[in-house]
Design a protein around this ligand. Sequence first.
Ligand code: NAP
Length: 491
Amino acid sequence: MNGPSVEPCDFTVFGGTGDLALRKLLPALYLRDRDGQLPDEFRIIGVSRAEVDDEGYRALVKDALVEHVAAEELDPTITERLLGRLLHVTLDVEDVTAWHSLHDRLKDGAAGEEVIRVFYLAVAPALFGPICEHLDQLGLATDRSRVVLEKPIGTDLASAETINEAVGRVFDESHIFRIDHYLGKESVQNLLVTRFANTFLEPLWNSHWVDHVQITVSESLGVGDRGSYYDRSGALRDMVQNHLLQLLCLVAMEPPTYVDRETVRDEKLKVLQALRPMTPELLERDAVAGQYAAGLCSGAAAPSYADEIGHESHTETFVALKTEVQNWRWAGVPFYLRTGKRMSERVSEIVVVFKEPPHAMFPHSEGATEPNRLHIRVQPDDGMRLHMTAKEPGPGGIRLRPVSLDLSYAAAFGGRSPDAYERLLMDVVRGNTTLFMRRDEVEAAWAWVAPILDHWARPTHRPRRYPAGTNGPVAAVTLLERDGRSWQETE
Ligand code: NAP
């Protein structure tokens, strides 16, 4: 991915020594630098409480690049160029008296006030409000500044509103970038192109021809060292409220007039507002919470969630839901969502299952017909697969066989598929919010999951156990079997 160079920028990462910064943000900036997108006047300022100077920070980032950028992408000259852009400011953002250090660093840049300023908040959400307030008080939030908020934006509707209010007091909505890295994935953007830059799918993309839609985001890993965060969050907050609902929006939205920042987000918002509200009766029937027990993952023994975090817990590590988009296009079409940790494999996939042909023309043929299915693979091996029925070659009657048309991006386009953060960070600098969540979207998503959160917060609620290495509790299978359907597992 080469693109035109962005404008001069001071790119400040609060949490510059953290996992997200070292594993994702700095490698993404390295790769954009490698492709010539960062101008000479592009500084990267890491902020943390760590007592490291610029040189110490450069050493830390150098190690991170070696670890997180593929060896064939690493070039010593580009690495030195990127390291030369780096500064570190030691600052406890909660200490009002310490902020002069960042103030001085930002003010001493050659490009002065005119430079674009990005403030990337890769810290706990509780710090978002205080950071914005200090940026405002010190006059650091200029008209050319943007703020980037990492998930989670709150833990429920009320806390999301509080964060949005606090950030919105300082930054105009057009300068606020709520990141959901799924929206930066090539395959997710290609979903829009596939739907709206081709004619053959759109006439079929509705309740007349689509039987149901499945969206699965499964991980094979457990919570690892994120246990204390995860146990307060759970899969519904960590995955469904953001990533899965965003994918659902892109599948279900109406064609926007243009692909621009407001129209795309307007259409996604309408989908969120059309989701069938989860009543207590529906929750009992259509929502499954699970938690992994000990099991086998990739042939190795895997501990239970409780063993991994060190105590018993009722937090869900798996969610399966059935919902509907209550509008003209989708009335009556179930959308099944599923996400979990310690499942059989790491895969993110959307499957659109079409209806059976209206008339069985080949009643005496051998072989079963299967409904057409479009698999949109988000990760890994992103691409698309359309399952069709074909005649098996040969004489002596007609034998039907399922076949697939494959579009693998790696095979079709070659080269490296850029990481979502590469695209999104450049969009931030350019000021393009199209692939970021607007405040009303985030709050509509929280409003929709609120009854599920409340229902699962009851003291009597217990997630159903599933052995690590499997695809969730039996109840998740029953959720579809009850409707005469089944999950499309990866072939
Ligand atoms: P992390 O590894 O714990 O890093 C936190 C960073 O914030 C460190 O650099 C830490 O440095 C700094 N920090 C903490 N308190 C500070 C303070 N008072 N003043 C200044 N700096 C402070 O966390 P992370 O995994 O990078 O995640 C950061 C945020 O992004 C979290 O909210 C997380 O939920 C979210 N997120 C992370 C990922 C991911 O892949 N890691 C993905 C999506 C969202 P010091 O302790 O030295 O100050």
